[in-house]
Write a protein that binds this ligand. Structure first.
Ligand code: ZN
Ligand code: ZN
Length: 145
């Protein structure tokens, strides 16, 4: 979802965060991202900026602490962030590609629907379900050969 600078500013203000240029950019990248992003992936998407990686990292943490961003995936000690939204809190499983390292959101249907009720429901809602393998992009060359 693409958001404007003004929308990003509003999100920051709603969380009582000071509006700064790196913060605005980080919020916009998170809003646009289809999949959860690590700090490094965030830097890639920000492209050429004057901000050093530590600044971007501090802002991610700040957004997380304010409840605007959430760590929705943790793979091999790497946290990946997404904008915290009620309608999309990444309860679906994530797919971790062992080849390129990308973490992708899987469709909501691929979930443990059987435990949507009962004593395990709350636990499942909080759990991070992670599947591992090779993503379609990495599998393709082999399939075509
Ligand atoms: Zn891959
Ligand atoms: Zn997700």
């Amino acid at each position: 979802m693409r958001i404007t600078k003004n929308q990003a500013r509003k999100l920051l203000q709603e969380c009582a965060l000071r509006v700064t240029a790196p913060r605005l950019a980080v919020v916009r990248v998170l809003a646009e991202a289809r999949d959860p992003l690590s700090h490094t992936e965030m830097l890639d998407r920000l492209g050429d900026t004057d901000w050093d990686p530590a600044t971007v990292y501090r802002n991610l943490i700040k957004l997380r602490d304010a409840g605007l961003a959430e760590v929705v995936s943790r793979v091999d000690g790497i946290d990946r962030y997404a904008l915290a939204r009620e309608e999309n809190n990444h309860k679906h499983p994530h797919f971790v590609c062992v080849h390129c390292g990308r973490v992708a959101c899987l469709p909501e249907e691929i979930t443990v629907a059987a435990v949507a009720e009962g004593p395990w429901a709350a636990s499942v809602a909080k759990a991070m379900v992670q599947l591992r393998g090779e993503c379609p992009d990495c599998l393709q060359p082999a399939g075509q050969a």
